[in-house]
Design a protein around this ligand. Structure first.
Ligand code: GTP
Ligand code: MG
Length: 312
């Protein structure tokens, strides 16, 4: 199951207590060190789409507390920071206002700070009080309740009717190992793969009525919003490729006109399955779309190389 919305509470570590201590030599004064600062909480992106799943069972995330100050004016150790790993394309909301959009791999961003450590009694030594017998307790870390919403970000998105070979192409072009099946709706959740540093997303098959929620329509369509270029897959075996093209285009437009306006290349897939003359006919019928069209087959190395050249 892909978790694409979840609520969490995050908390910085508590600052360590200051220590009350004195040098053993008579009259040498206070020696209590300050408490260490509590750890901060950061967020960092991963290409693992499923990285929000863990928050379902772990909705509270806290960095480590700072340690108490030591003797000999030694500051307590700082609490360890906590880095939350979230998928690329996650937007973090705080009471519905957007806080951070995670759109860069490996960039670390601060979410909340840990509390400061308390001052040890050494800090309070003065001419009027040479033997202070008190120290501060540390401060609590910041706390925030956040909602995480995922919309995947990809350079290229494979879209189309079910069973048109989208996952097969993803697997050929990238390191992904998406499930393939000779039946519709094999893919129930998006898959991601990397091609020369670019992200390709395989979106589950869309059907007529997707924009009104048929199939898992909305759930899939919203994941296309942050895709830069659409790779619209139509099977060469289709009797009417232009009609199939229009079905998907209509759904994109109804869901969000911005999807419809996105740059798009048509892939006439499984080109090995039909005669060359028929392939030419189908390419011709799709020419009306005025889009770039590439015949592709996972069993034809050259066709895949041509596609790769267009993409990278
Ligand atoms: N001959 C041939 N078969 C292909 C090709 N590409 C995919 N197939 C087959 O077509 C079927 C569907 O492929 P998938 O990659 O699962 O299709 P999909 O578009 O991801 O399907 P959904 O996830 O259901 O939307 C599988 O049996 C594949 O082996 C191709 O280029 N040539
Ligand atoms: Mg699939």
């Amino acid at each position: 199951m892909l978790v694409d919305e979840v609520e969490i509470t995050i908390k910085g570590g508590h600052g360590g207590k200051g220590r009350v201590a004195f040098y053993s030599k008579m009259g040498a004064g206070p020696s209590g060190g300050d408490g260490g600062k509590g750890g901060d909480v950061y967020v960092q992106a991963t290409s693992d789409l499923y990285a929000l799943n863990k928050f379902l069972s772990q909705p509270e995330c806290k960095a480590w507390d700072g340690q108490m100050g030591g003797n000999n004016r030694k500051t307590g150790a700082e609490g360890e920071d906590l880095t939350l790993i979230m998928p690329l394309g996650t937007t973090i909301y705080d009471q519905e206002s957007k806080v951070i959009e995670i759109n860069e791999l490996n960039k670390k961003e601060l979410l909340v700070k840990g509390g400061l450590g308390g001052r040890g009694n050494t800090f309070f030594k003065s001419s009027s009080n040479t033997t202070p017998r008190f120290a501060q307790s540390g401060l609590p870390g910041e706390e925030r309740k956040l909602t995480l919403k995922l919309q995947l970000i990809a350079d290229f998105g494979l879209i189309g009717l079910p069973n048109t070979g989208k996952s097969s192409i993803l697997n050929e072009l990238t390191n992904a190992q998406a499930k393939i099946g000779d039946y519709p709706f094999t893919t129930l959740e998006p898959n991601l793969g990397m091609l020369n540093g670019k992200v390709i997303a395989d979106i589950p098959g869309l059907i007529e009525g997707a924009s009104e929620g048929r199939g898992l329509g909305h759930k899939f369509l919203k994941h296309i919003e942050k895709v830069r270029l659409l790779l619209h897959c139509i099977s060469s075996e289709s009797d009417n490729p232009l009609k199939e093209y229009k079905i998907i285009r209509d759904e994109l437009k109804k869901f969000n006109p911005k999807l419809w306006e996105k740059e798009e290349i048509i892939l006439l897939t499984k080109s090995d399955l039909i005669e060359k003359i028929n392939l030419e006919k189908k390419l011709k019928s799709l020419a009306k779309t005025k889009k770039k069209i590439l015949p592709v087959s996972i069993h034809n190395w050259d066709s895949l190389q041509i596609l790769i050249k267009v993409l990278v």
